[in-house]
Design a protein around this ligand. Sequence first.
Ligand SMILES: Nc1ncnc2c1ncn2[C@@H]1O[C@H](COP(=O)(O)OP(=O)(O)OP(=O)(O)O)[C@@H](O)[C@H]1O
Ligand SMILES: [Mg+2]
Length: 497
Amino acid sequence: MSEPYLRFDGISVEFPGVKALDRVSFSAQAGEVHALMGENGAGKSTLLKVLSGVNRVSAGALWIDGQRHVFANEREALAEGIAIIYQELTLSPNLSVAENLLLGQLPQRRGFIDRQALYADAVRVLKELGEETIDPATRVRDLSIGQQQMIEIGRALLRDARIIAFDEPTSSLSVQEIRNLKRIVARLRDEGKVVLYVTHRMDEVFEMCDALTVFRDGRHINTHPDLEHISHDMLVSEMVGREIEDVYGYRSREHGPPMLEVKDLKGPGVREPASFSVNQGEVFGFFGLVGAGRSELLRLVCGAEQPEAGTIRYKGRDCRFDSPRKAIHAGIAMCPEDRKSQGIFAIASVADNINISCRRFFARWKLFRHRSRETDNAHDYIRRLSIKTPGPDAPIGNLSGGNQQKAILARWLAEEIDVFVMDEPTRGIDVGARRDIYSLLYDLADNGKSVVVISSDLAEVSSICDRIGVMRDGRVVDVVERAQATPERLLGLALPA
Ligand SMILES: Nc1ncnc2c1ncn2[C@@H]1O[C@H](COP(=O)(O)OP(=O)(O)OP(=O)(O)O)[C@@H](O)[C@H]1O
Ligand SMILES: [Mg+2]
């Protein structure tokens, strides 16, 4: 085999109290899409940030095309032809699409920014991205999260890098955007680039990747130069370090009377009157493609948006909530999909982030916080969701992406709530932790609560839910009983006719 284009040689990275990477060595070839997998907090993003010069190594070096490098900053990495699409968005929301695409390399003419060249470059890249409909003059903050992610990708393409790394790029993309991304990745491979691809999704690995490296607890576990003889179960046990028989671990239970009855509800994003009901003790799923109107429908129920028509009965009484706060007070809460930007207090501690909304229940009197109960609660959820953190007092911003997600989820689970609406609860969360989350959802249902799960993960909805509502194009097309909810049936209902 030829000398690998990119080699990680004994890389270690340490943060206060955490060894994020421990003597990691492996290599990737040019013309290869190389998947990086591992549990939340395994060190995947840290490794990419070593490559891009953001993270400093305490030992080891990179070898690129036979040359040894230790990058001191992002500029040095950029000069070596490295581009990273990070897990979190890095765009400037108030600048235009064109400016964001070419930031740091704006075309100049006689000392001024050459607007014409800027727009021409932007139009070309937008076309490559399959996003021709976006006007380059649009401000980034007016784009959907998926479109913003595509702009991040476009920015990396414009750098004409030789090594391109994607950190969980598909987690916020629509079906169409994912298709475009796959096309772009395949093209980069054909052009002989090294593509590193971090994902938690097995289907993507088997469909898109040529080689695969698994990490666990900051250590390199295995590199598979090809995926021919690798099974799903093998991968899971390499990642988690033990066998997981059935990630979903479905438990059935008796259901009580209706908790929530929605009839003919209409509003923004819900084009046709929508009806469904959820019983006590039930886990009810909503499946559909991104943009089918699932989040919009539930936002109407939970007071985040006001319905134009229809009724909501909750515990047998007609209700309307002016705000999410009022809905939460009544016992209905929605944990948003975009948990990071909508829900995180980045500089606050993990414990504060978990406790923030149930503080009022713990307070001895309304005015005072009950520190020991808060600490107990935080410890409890850190254990139950295996949140990887040096301790409850660590700033949540230092946790890995998936572990931040888990902490925000814990905040909602800790609430005194009767109807939990969870929008994509396991997005970006590794297999082992997903099992913990499902088990917590079943516990809630066992205790007579109702759980509504919005999910684009077909295997997930068909495996954990008692009934599933399928939405397409702003309407509820059917509600399917668990026994009939085969993946084929659900997908058939969700896809455009
Ligand atoms: N800036 C930082 N300060 C302190 N600790 C950090 C920092 N960045 C990462 N860590 C820690 O390093 C470890 C590895 O984190 P990393 O973000 O690389 O995980 P990951 O594999 O990308 O996980 P995920 O799948 O959740 O994104 C974690 O324990 C994390 O808390
Ligand atoms: Mg990460």
